[in-house]
Design a protein around this ligand. Structure first.
Ligand code: GRG
Length: 299
């Protein structure tokens, strides 16, 4: 049997997503030219597109057949929401970062007011894009419910509030777990789940994606904490050491570097076993390879 080439698979999907993003937010999109330029600046600055990839994998593992019509609007909307969150996270009132995706941050180039508006515009354009999906309306409502739950009060927003208010508080397992599951974990989990939901996956499959997605989300954020400590700025495309500097609640701060690495490995291995048991090693390869990338990544 031919070896599965994850890099080739990822590159192919990344190009599909980038082409679709170009269609959903072209250079000549209606609206103020400066706003479209600022939205596109960060959207096309070179993200890994992990969340759209999770949605595509969830969709294909669930037997989805109309990637273009059904899934890409959802996957692109997810990437727009993610990019919006990065722009706002980098603002002076939040993390005050100068670099993102290997380039000066949005507010450094366009100024704070336009960066805030570009984030807002990506957020609303995301939903305008998602509702263009051809999935049946009942499934689309479930997709929207999953996404809005993941980014809402007890999701990304709640996590970000805990992140901002947790700075300088004594390291706390409870706080860091809340931050990681809400700020990043739920949205990553939702990305995988909505792929399944859009394809009309069985309840068992959606349950599996829920469990695996949760482990992937936490692994992703633990590795993000580790990379802030020991990663390289050029590879990551963003500043390093900022979490420690600002006294953030991170896995490394709470558990130490070695323990954080161990926890990420255990979670990833457990997610991989679940996928193997459910789909088998062969069919599960794209998801298994992505989990391996997430735990081993250096960017
Ligand atoms: C949802 C209404 C609403 C508000 C959002 C600003 C904010 C509130 C939340 C910030 C959330 C955030 C930026 C979390 C960090 C997540 C993270 C580790 C991002 C890096 O993701 P990668 O590595 O980045 O996938 P690329 O650039 O590859 O896409």
């Amino acid at each position: 049997m031919a070896e599965f080439d994850f890099n080739a698979y990822w590159k192919e999907k990344l190009e599909i997503v980038n082409r679709a993003l170009e269609r959903f937010l072209p250079e000549d999109a209606e609206g103020p030219e400066i706003l479209v330029r600022a939205m596109r600046y960060t959207l096309f600055a070179g993200g890994k597109r992990l969340r759209p990839l999770l949605a595509i994998i969830g969709y294909e593992l669930s037997g989805g057949k109309d990637l273009e019509g059904e899934l890409l609007p959802v996957a692109c909307g997810i990437e727009m929401i993610h990019t919006f969150s990065l722009i706002h996270d980098d603002l002076p009132a939040m993390d005050n970062d100068d670099f993102r995706r290997g380039k000066p941050t949005n507010h450094r180039v366009f100024g704070e007011a336009i960066a805030i508006l570009a984030g807002d515009a990506l957020f609303s354009h995301a939903f305008h894009t998602i509702v263009q999906s051809h999935v049946p309306p009942d499934r689309l409502v479930m997709v929207l419910r999953e996404i809005t739950d993941a980014i809402g009060l007890d999701g990304m927003l709640g996590g970000q509030v805990a992140d901002v208010t947790g700075e300088k508080k004594p390291p706390s397992e409870e706080i860091v777990e809340y931050i990681h599951s809400r700020k990043t974990g739920k949205f990553i989990r939702a990305s995988l789940k909505v792929g399944g939901i859009a394809a009309g996956a069985s309840t068992e499959t959606v349950k599996l994606f829920h469990s695996v997605g949760e482990k992937i989300g936490l692994t992703f954020q633990i590795v993000d904490d580790i990379l802030d400590e020991i990663g390289e700025k050029d590879r990551l495309g963003k500043s390093v050491g900022k979490d420690r500097e600002s006294g953030k609640q991170t896995y490394v701060r709470v558990f130490g570097l070695e323990e954080a690495k161990k926890k990420a490995r255990i979670l990833a291995d457990s997610a991989i076993s679940e996928v193997e048991d459910f789909f088998g090693k062969e069919k599960g390869k794209p998801l298994i390879s992505l989990i391996k990338f997430i735990v081993e990544r250096n960017y």
